[in-house]
Ligand binder design. Structure first.
Ligand code: CP
Length: 303
């Protein structure tokens, strides 16, 4: 039995397999519509979510399975003081696989250590979000046809953005990736993620100037400033609008730039960009359902 807590638990061959499976699901959905008949997915969300929870649920329904769970801690016995470990033991009695989101880093790992069914980390604090990374990799692959030889810009809150940390770790294993890290000084990429980058020997630059680096980017990964991770509301208000992507900012961007965003967006991408062919973020959210279908099949060992 296998869980997924950190994207690096999947090797690059397994990621390729998942991408190919997701592409096959997109091309032949009816082939998969009964694959999880009789199986149950539990979605344990101790923190708000739209895309991750609903795409997991849609994924299981489209595989012919069923879903149970909760969408806020207050409607579970966590509100009465039950531990994550005990919750994981309980849910193992009722479901076949779990997707868990939690505000505390490491909570899904604790769940995986106590469950007898696979646990998928659906986002833990400012730490990791491996299924968002699979979504991002599928989107990059579908847009560019490759996961190597790319210049990838990350812009916004690189300190607290767990999707950024997971995606950088995942891309560090591919050849000739150049990372361009655009953030305010206060929201720079944490040292432990930068250490992984240094170990991989790939090139990276840090800057505060999005416009200066725009022409070289193949991928622009925009992120929201993560209000819920700030200790101080004043700092959030000062930093939240540092980067707003408006159409004029794309005037010197590549014609085939792909703009990604894990969503939700707040103000960092103008709605005027939504109809630009380079905007991929809504396609990206849809891709999330297909790659989660592929992951559920893999972890449940369904052929
Ligand atoms: N991208 C993402 O994790 O979105 P939600 O918080 O809505 O699940």
């Amino acid at each position: 039995m296998r869980s997924l807590i950190d994207i690096l638990e999947l090797n690059t061959e397994e990621i390729e397999e998942l991408i190919h499976k997701a592409n096959d699901i997109i091309a032949n959905p009816s082939k998969y519509s009964e694959k999880c008949r009789g199986k149950k997915l539990a979605t344990l969300f101790f923190e708000p979510s739209t895309r991750t929870r609903l795409s997991f649920e849609a994924a299981m329904y489209e595989l012919g399975g069923n879903v149970l769970g909760f969408s806020e801690a207050q409607s579970s016995s966590a509100a009465k003081g039950e531990s994550v470990a005990d919750t994981a033991k309980m849910i193992s009695c009722y479901a076949d696989i779990v997707a868990m989101r939690h505000p505390k880093e490491g909570a899904p790992l604790v769940a995986a250590m106590n469950a007898t069914i696979p646990v998928i980390n659906a986002g833990d604090g400012g730490h990791n979000h491996p299924t968002q990374t699979l979504t991002d990799l599928l989107t990059i692959y579908r847009e560019k046809g490759r996961l190597d030889n790319l210049t990838v810009g990350f812009c916004g809150d690189l300190k607290f953005g767990r999707t950024v940390h997971s995606l950088i770790n995942a891309l560090s294993r591919y050849k000739n990736i150049k990372f361009v890290l655009v953030s305010p000084e206060e929201l720079k990429l944490p040292g432990y993620v930068k250490d992984n980058l240094k170990k991989s020997g790939l090139e990276y630059v840090q800057t505060t100037d999005l416009d200066a680096v725009m022409p070289e980017l193949d991928i622009l990964y925009m992120t929201r400033v993560q209000r819920e991770r700030f200790f101080n509301e004043e700092d959030y208000l000062r930093l939240r609008d540092t980067y707003i992507l408006r159409p004029e900012r794309l005037s010197n961007a590549k014609e085939d730039l792909s703009i990604l965003h894990p969503l939700p967006r707040v103000n960092e991408i103008s709605v005027a960009i939504d109809n630009d062919p380079r905007a991929c973020y809504f396609k990206q959210a849809l891709n999330g359902k297909f790659i989660r279908m592929a992951l559920i099949l893999k972890l449940l060992e369904v052929e």
